[in-house]
Design a protein around this ligand. Structure first.
Ligand SMILES: [Zn+2]
Ligand SMILES: [Zn+2]
Length: 306
C-alpha cells in the first residue's frame, strides 16, 4: 500500500493509516505503537508489579506469540513462564507446540505444557465423541480457564496474562449482553479479571490493540504462527458479531475502541466474584457446583451411555 504520506511520528514514508486516531505510521513507528499500547494497558491497570512471577498463556497464534515476545522484551526483571495447554486434538496442537518451543528457546523463557487428559481425564477428541448438546468449543473454553488457573497455581504465579485483543474483548462483551449473562457481565473486565483465584491476577495486556493491527505486527516481526485451524471450531454467534463490528468500524472509525471504553466504565472496580467455592472441587465458583464439575458430570454420564 503506497499512501504517499509521511509518518506522523518521524516523517519517513508511511505504510499504515490508523483511521481512529488519524495517524499515518511508518513500519518502525507502527511496531513502536504496539509496544506503547501494550505497556499503557499494563501500567494503567497495574497488571505487572516488580517481583511478580508472570505466566503467559501461549496457544501459538499470532496474538499469544506476539504477547510473549513483548513481555520478554520489556519485563526482563520478572520471572516469566509460557503456559501451553494441549487439548488433545489430533493433528492440530502439535504444530502450535513446535512454534511455541521455537519461540521460548529464542527468547530464553521457561515453558510449561499441560494436557487436558491429565487435568480433566478427557481430551477434546474424547469430548467430541461423547458430548451432546453443548458444543466442544464451550467445553474447551471451560477447561481452558480452569486449566490455566491450575497451571498458575502449580507454578506459583502471581500474574496470568492472556492475549485477548480489543476485538476479542468487545465481541465477548456483546455476546454476554445478547445471552443476558448478567452474572458474567458484572464480573468480566477488559483489563483485569476480578476472579482472582488464589491470589492470581488475570490480565489482558493487548486490550487496546485491534486484531488487524496484531496481525500486521506479527507479520512485520516475521513470527512463525499456527496455520492449521481447529477442526472442531464452531464460533456460532461470534463470527456474526465480528463481521457486524468490522462493518460498523469501517463506517465509524474508532467505534470498537469507544465500545471498549464504555465497558471499562460500566465495570465497578470493587466487584469481586460473588459466592464462594465449589463444594465438589474447592475452586472459586459463583454457584455451589462450578462449571468444570458440572461439565465433567455430564461427560461422565454420557460416557456410560455410549
Ligand atoms: Zn515513523
Ligand atoms: Zn468444581
Amino acid at each position: 500500500m503506497n499512501l504517499q504520506r509521511a509518518c506522523s511520528k518521524c516523517g519517513k514514508p508511511a505504510f499504515y493509516f490508523k483511521p481512529y486516531s488519524g495517524e499515518y505510521l511508518c513500519k518502525k513507528c507502527f511496531v513502536k505503537s504496539i509496544y506503547e499500547l501494550t505497556l499503557k494497558a499494563i501500567r494503567k491497570h497495574h497488571m505487572i508489579k516488580y517481583g511478580d512471577k508472570v505466566g503467559i498463556a501461549v496457544s501459538g497464534g499470532k496474538d499469544s506469540i506476539s504477547l510473549l515476545y513483548i513481555i520478554a522484551k520489556f519485563f526482563k526483571d520478572n520471572e516469566i513462564v509460557a503456559i501451553t495447554l494441549d487439548e488433545g486434538i489430533k493433528g492440530y496442537r502439535n504444530e502450535a507446540i513446535m512454534i511455541v518451543n521455537d519461540m521460548v528457546t529464542k527468547l530464553n523463557i521457561k515453558q510449561a505444557t499441560y494436557k487436558y487428559k491429565d487435568m480433566f481425564g478427557y481430551t477434546i477428541d474424547d469430548v467430541q465423541s461423547i458430548r451432546r448438546e453443548t458444543s466442544s468449543c464451550t467445553i474447551c473454553g471451560t477447561f481452558r480457564r480452569r486449566g490455566l488457573d491450575m497451571a498458575a497455581k502449580e507454578l506459583g504465579l502471581n500474574v496470568l496474562l492472556t492475549a485477548h485483543n480489543l476485538d476479542d474483548l468487545v465481541q465477548s462483551y456483546l455476546i454476554m449482553l445478547f445471552n443476558g449473562d448478567i452474572g458474567k457481565i458484572t464480573t468480566f473486565s477488559p483489563a483485569i479479571e476480578t476472579s482472582e483465584a488464589f491470589g492470581i491476577t488475570k490480565a489482558h495486556p493487548l486490550m487496546y490493540i485491534y486484531e488487524k493491527e496484531m496481525s500486521i505486527f506479527a507479520y512485520l516481526k516475521g513470527f512463525k504462527m499456527q496455520t492449521i485451524t481447529c477442526p472442531y471450531m464452531n464460533q456460532g454467534i461470534r463470527s456474526e458479531v465480528r463481521e457486524y463490528l468490522n462493518k460498523m468500524e469501517e463506517e465509524h472509525p474508532g467505534l470498537k475502541y469507544q465500545l471498549l471504553n464504555s465497558f471499562i466504565r460500566l465495570k465497578n472496580k470493587n466487584d469481586v466474584i460473588s459466592g464462594g467455592f465449589c463444594k465438589n472441587c474447592g475452586w472459586p465458583s459463583k454457584g455451589n457446583i462450578c462449571q468444570v464439575c458440572k461439565t465433567l458430570q455430564t461427560l461422565n454420564i454420557n460416557k456410560l451411555k455410549v
